[in-house]
Design a binder for this molecule. Structure first.
Ligand code: SF4
Length: 364
């Protein structure tokens, strides 16, 4: 087995390990635990399908980040979607979304992070996901559109796990996301907890909020609100002039240790991005572990690397996973280093742009 195969096997094992941990930590909540164990069984089946395709020379990632819309009801400072993913092209139809989710399921892509814009700004989204009970959908949402009707629909689709965005304390969240947003997010969390739904939070780690959001009291407050999944995502300065929000090197160096400590300390599941990839041989983008599909159906290496040579409006997911751009990035994964704990492809965006120009020149 090659080193790369070892890394990807370890990545697959870590996904199953995540469900086993979640199952143990959700033991006190039977409905949540049943949903987690059901997802665990589906993940094992999907991992088998990925291995089968692997033997046929098709590399299938476990994850996909699917931006289902560019629309959003908020306008946050430093919004990467607004900075990197502007387009006039039509968004994928519900039918198109169903087609690609169906194909991803058959290939073994078992976790599809729903993103945007604000995914719940698409009123047909929960009709589309209803047809895919075996895919786990972490739903990255600003939380302000989670009303009683949405909670009722999520109660019938327990394979969707809402991940609500927070920036720190009320002052920090409202400062970036708008007045009253922090309170709306906490109210949405209380609705989800009352419905015994598994949910979590996504926290963008910046130089400013680092001390707040890495304090045990902050996490304990959310755990007491029944929040059980924590994504710590290091800020990427997609908007020029916001570099001073990026974590300092000493801060970046402590993230992995903090996450490890929280995993031992709390009844929750914690992940740092980027940063948690070293143990799997480095950046997992470009299909190694995940790909990004933007709202108009283009397949990109990562949300922070808006370059594409493959559109799902013209080809299958299987064909797109073998696109020249994704392959050249996978082949050079080892060289694409990033030193400050940030996003490798963001740091090497000129290199990615040059590879795209090369692949496009070859096609012409
Ligand atoms: S909620 Fe998300 S997509 Fe909407 S403006 Fe804020 S950061 Fe951007």
């Amino acid at each position: 087995m090659t080193r790369e195969e070892d890394h990807l096997k370890a990545f697959d094992a870590s996904i199953l390990g995540m469900f086993a941990t979640m199952g143990r930590k959700a033991a006190a909540r039977p409905r949540v635990m049943r949903a987690v164990m059901r997802a665990y069984r589906h993940q094992r089946g999907a991992a088998r399908r990925r291995r089968r395709w692997g033997r046929r020379g098709v590399h299938v990632p476990a994850f996909a980040i699917l931006s289902v819309t560019r629309r959003c009801n908020l306008s946050c400072t430093g919004c990467y979607a607004g900075a990197l993913h502007r387009s006039d092209e039509p968004e994928m139809s519900a039918e198109k979304l169903r087609d690609l989710l169906g194909e991803m399921h058959s290939l073994g892509v078992s976790i599809v992070l729903l993103a945007g814009g604000e995914p719940l700004a698409r009123r047909d989204l929960l009709e589309v996901t209803e047809g895919f009970p075996r895919i786990l959908f972490p739903l990255f949402t600003n939380g302000t559109l989670i009303d009683d009707e949405v909670v009722e629909r999520l109660s019938r689709q327990r394979n969707i796990v809402p991940i609500l965005s927070l920036e720190g304390d009320p002052f920090q969240t409202d400062g970036r996301r708008g007045a009253g947003v922090h309170e709306k997010v906490l109210a949405a969390m209380d609705r989800l907890a009352a419905a015994e739904l598994l949910f979590g939070t996504s926290i963008t780690l910046t130089r400013e909020n680092f001390d707040t959001v890495t304090r045990e009291e902050y996490v304990r407050g959310l755990i007491e609100r029944m929040c059980r999944v924590f994504f710590y995502i290091s800020y990427v300065p997609a908007h020029g002039g916001t570099e001073d929000l990026v974590l300092t090197e000493p801060q970046a160096k402590t993230v992995a240790g903090i996450v490890e400590r929280f995993r031992e300390r709390f009844a929750g599941w914690f992940l740092a991005f980027p940063g948690g990839e070293e143990e799997f041989g480095g950046c997992l983008a470009a299909g190694r572990g995940f790909v990004h599909i933007n709202a108009q159906g283009q397949v990109e290496p990562c949300p922070f690397s808006p370059f594409s040579d493959a559109s799902l409006q013209e080809m299958s997911v299987r064909a797109a996973l073998s696109s020249p751009l994704l392959r050249v990035i996978r082949e050079h994964g080892g060289e694409l280093q990033e030193t400050a704990g940030g996003c490798t492809l963001w740091e090497n965006r000129e290199w990615v742009a040059a590879r795209l120009a090369e692949t496009n020149a070859r096609v012409e």
